[in-house]
Design a protein around this ligand. Structure first.
Ligand SMILES: NC(=O)c1ccc[n+]([C@@H]2O[C@H](COP(=O)([O-])OP(=O)(O)OC[C@H]3O[C@@H](n4cnc5c(N)ncnc54)[C@H](OP(=O)(O)O)[C@@H]3O)[C@@H](O)[C@H]2O)c1
Length: 282
């Protein structure tokens, strides 16, 4: 039996869809709001803040697709500790980590993912290290740019994507490709670390060109520095931790920590990862 956490979310729901399409009928959809799940596999309540619910939810599993949690770094790490503590030691855990995992990374979430990876070391596990999701990047920074509204400190009414991306590139990966790869890793009980990235590392100019072509509205990349970006985020009124999360992610992008490509999506699934241009056209 394969359990999937975050089953109401983008990755979790797509993993379930891919496993069902592959003919698996031994799935458990795990969610803190099982009532929000669409009809499908058996649902169980699993709230990361309620360890007892996790112990119940994980009963009978052979494999757990552990979709990482969200919120502040401390919340995420606490949720992961609770999940791993409640999961029987022989269960194979496929965990969505990040490719920016090096000890000298300053990315806000990197320590939490490193801690979680370490907690998995003594048990069957697959560390599915993901790059930045194309869906997340588009919704957070391009969606507003395409529509000409301002968000996250970006002055998009001028058709500008103002971000501190540097020149190293970001290997944006479609969530759909991540989900396909997670489903494959769970089915084949893959051990060790795999990199789930897009096919190529894109610069700000390339991202803006792809968005221009897909949306039919000119978008120009405008490089800004870290301080300018933080000021724009602060002006938007976001919490301190979120400013740190976004700004430190772009610092890692500039340091080429999210540039690795093409990764292991094709090896795991038999299909190459979607290009960002294809992703935007869908
Ligand atoms: N690589 C990237 O670019 C990137 C970007 C953003 C996030 N992430 C990470 O990737 C993960 C998956 O991404 P996604 O797009 O699938 O996120 P998503 O659509 O926001 O889904 C997050 C899931 O986590 C569940 N969740 C949150 N808190 C919970 C709790 N206390 N107990 C049980 N479930 C809880 C949510 O349940 P509800 O529906 O009840 O809220 C939801 O099902 C995120 O959680 C985050 O760790 C990666």
């Amino acid at each position: 039996m394969i359990g999937i956490t975050g089953a109401t979310g983008g990755i979790g729901s797509a993993v379930i869809r891919h496993l069902l399409a592959a003919g698996r009928d031994d799935l458990l959809a795990l969610a803190r709001r099982p009532e929000a799940l669409p009809p499908g596999p058996t649902a169980r309540r699993a709230d990361y803040d309620e360890p007892a619910s996790l112990t119940e939810a994980f009963r009978g599993l052979d494999t757990l697709v552990m979709v990482s949690s969200d919120g502040t770094a401390e919340t995420m790490a606490r949720h992961h500790r609770n999940i791993i503590a409640a999961c029987p030691p022989d269960v194979h855990i496929v965990y969505t980590s990040i490719i920016d995992i090096a000890p000298d990374s300053r990315f806000y979430y990197a320590p939490g993912h490193r801690e979680t990876e370490a907690l998995l070391a003594d048990r069957p596990h697959c560390l599915a290290r993901t790059s930045v999701f194309a869906d997340f990047f588009t919704a957070t920074w391009l969606g507003s740019a395409a529509n000409g509204t301002a968000s996250n400190g970006i002055a998009t009414d001028t058709g500008e994507l103002a971000l501190p991306l540097g020149d190293a590139g970001t290997s944006l990966v479609a969530r759909e490709d991540v989900a396909r790869a997670l489903a494959a890793a769970a089915t084949a009980r893959i051990e060790g670390a795999v990199d789930l990235t897009g096919p190529e590392a894109l610069t700000g100019d390339q991202i803006a060109a792809a968005a221009t072509a897909a949306h039919g509205k000119p978008l120009r990349y405008k490089p800004i520095d870290d301080a300018d970006y933080r000021e724009r985020l602060a002006a938007d009124g976001g919490p301190e931790w979120l400013i740190e999360a976004y700004a430190s992610m772009f610092r890692s992008v500039r340091e080429a920590r999210f540039a690795a490509a093409p990764g292991d999506v094709e090896r795991l699934t038999g299909t190459p990862p979607t290009t960002f241009a294809e992703y935007l056209r869908r």
